[in-house]
Design a protein around this ligand. Structure first.
Ligand code: NAD
Length: 467
């Protein structure tokens, strides 16, 4: 099993990037001489003479020929869904872990379609896959520290990159994604599947139709008890993800809750994240869990867990709006992403779904029956795909809707709903929350990854979801 503890950032890759003109020697050396704390808070890159990728539509692909890197738990879901979509051919799969390759083979036998070519020869076998000339799009479904390196090399190989969340772990990586996408004109979409949830897309429709009035405030979270993953020791998500709780005191996984709120607020399309302040609670739960569940000499009891059990950040946008964002994968409590969006006329919130609108009279009580809203504001994508989506696997249908939409955009030369600036801004919360928390909650600025284009990029309209 490939651990991601080692930095998959070999010198060969840096040389490769520099030769390709993506890392000007001076620029990279300058970044590499920063201490890690400085690097986390470095906010600027020289203004580059490159066209923005905002609104970029890539040429029509009649068939989307796909390569997949990482055939673990997430890989299984994505492969099953992609395998059933019209206009998709899965050409190759890469994973150095033999049981993952074996179960992918088994899956294609079940689906009754040709088995893709398998690449399993070590951590860098994905480069052999990227050298193929019959792949248009690569799905990066690996542990976190591989996301940016693999997405960057995918784009350099002339293929669109679809990368799991979070897309990047440092500000340097965020910029690397932006610069590579701009230079290569290849799409880089972080697959924030929650943006395709039925309720999230309905709320987007309500916001665009002005039902909530002018937007003021949002609340987002990833509160999901995942201590049980610590029992993945040799393989599985917890075998690599647990290690992050010993490395960084930050919001480790910001994008599921934040993505939809960012879309409601037109972040990078009329507004942008300006600065953030963040604080973490004590980190107690994982140590207690390890003591309770493992013998004293077990490796889970030989480390200290430093990620505060609950991290709370507040983001201020350029237009003055606020977003409260939380991360907690440790405490015993029910799952929530909050999904609260507040405007001058009222509020919509999730977990459970509820709303209150001044225009409908009583806003002192929550209305928990949202069927009238669904009848009026269902997103066109869900109107079209609901029966297939709800019958499919993957987070209540949002994974199906996301993949269907990606394939539709690529086959029809339609700009993707999430671009590289979204991937960068949403992922930047990780290093910024870490730096702010380490400095008594003093604020940290978000880089403007769009280099000003947020002011002129039009909002993502619900009408764009009509197909
Ligand atoms: N969007 C969502 O709802 C969602 C849900 C689950 C997981 N995820 C994300 O998906 C990613 C994968 O998570 P998972 O649960 O499938 O983890 P996993 O550990 O089950 O699978 C990861 C796979 O990547 C492979 N891998 C590691 N290094 C590799 C390399 N160098 N080359 C090729 N393959 C390599 C591993 O062998 C493993 O099979 C993570 O980033 C996770 O955060 C997203």
């Amino acid at each position: 099993m490939t651990e991601d503890n080692k930095k998959p950032d070999n010198p060969e890759r840096r040389t490769f990037l520099r030769k390709a003109g993506l890392l000007p020697a001076g620029l990279y050396l300058q970044a590499s001489t920063l201490t890690s704390a400085q690097e986390e808070t470095a906010i600027g890159r020289p203004v580059a003479d490159r066209a923005s990728m905002a609104g970029h539509a890539s040429p029509v692909l009649k068939t989307v020929r796909v390569g997949v890197i990482g055939a673990g738990r997430r890989g299984d879901t994505i492969l099953r869904l992609l395998g059933g979509l019209d206009g998709v051919e899965i050409k190759a799969i890469c994973d150095p872990y033999q049981p993952a390759i074996d179960s992918a083979k088994q899956l294609f036998a079940e689906l009754g379609v040709a088995t893709p070519v398998m690449y399993d020869n070590g951590d860098y076998a994905f480069r052999d896959m990227l050298a193929r000339d019959d792949i248009d799009a690569v799905f990066v479904l690996t542990p976190w520290s591989w996301h940016t390196p693999m997405a960057v090399e995918t784009m350099l190989a002339g293929k669109h990159a679809f990368v799991e969340v979070p897309a990047a772990l440092t500000l340097d990586e965020c910029w690397e994604l932006v610069e590579t996408s701009e230079n290569t004109r290849m799409n880089c979409m972080m697959m924030e599947n929650v943006c395709y949830g039925r309720e999230e897309l309905m709320a987007l429709n309500m916001v665009r139709q002005g039902v909530l009035g002018e937007l003021l405030h949002g609340e987002a979270a990833y509160i999901h008890e995942l201590r049980w993953q610590m029992k993945d020791i040799e393989e599985g998500t917890g075998s690599w993800r647990t290690a992050w709780h010993t490395r960084r005191n930050a919001n480790l996984y910001p994008t599921h809750g934040l993505g939809p709120i960012a879309q409601y607020m037109n972040i990078n399309r009329g507004d942008r994240f300006n600065y953030l302040t963040s604080m973490s609670s004590p980190a107690l739960g994982r140590q207690l869990y390890a003591k309770r569940e493992f013998p004293p000499e077990h490796q889970r009891n030989q480390v200290s867990y430093i990620t505060g059990d609950m991290n709370t950040s507040i983001i201020k946008t350029a237009r003055g709006r606020t977003i409260m964002l939380q991360h907690d994968t440790t405490t015993p409590r029910p799952y929530t992403r909050h999904n609260l969006i507040q405007g001058t006329n009222g509020v919509f919130a999730g977990y459970p779904d509820r709303y209150a609108l001044e225009s409908e009279g009583d806003f002192h009580e929550w209305h928990t029956d949202i069927s009238a809203l669904q009848a009026r504001y269902e997103n066109p994508l869900w109107q079209k795909l609901a029966s297939d989506a709800t019958a499919s696997i993957g987070h209540g249908g949002m994974d199906y809707v996301m993949l269907w939409r990606i394939v539709y955009c690529l086959r029809n030369s339609v700009p993707l709903d999430q671009n590289v600036y979204d991937a960068a801004a949403w992922s930047a919360v990780i290093p910024l929350s870490e730096a702010s928390n380490a400095d008594r909650g003093n604020s940290r600025d978000f880089p403007d990854f769009t280099r000003g284009a947020w002011q002129t990029t039009p909002p993502l309209e619900v009408s764009e979801y009509r197909t």
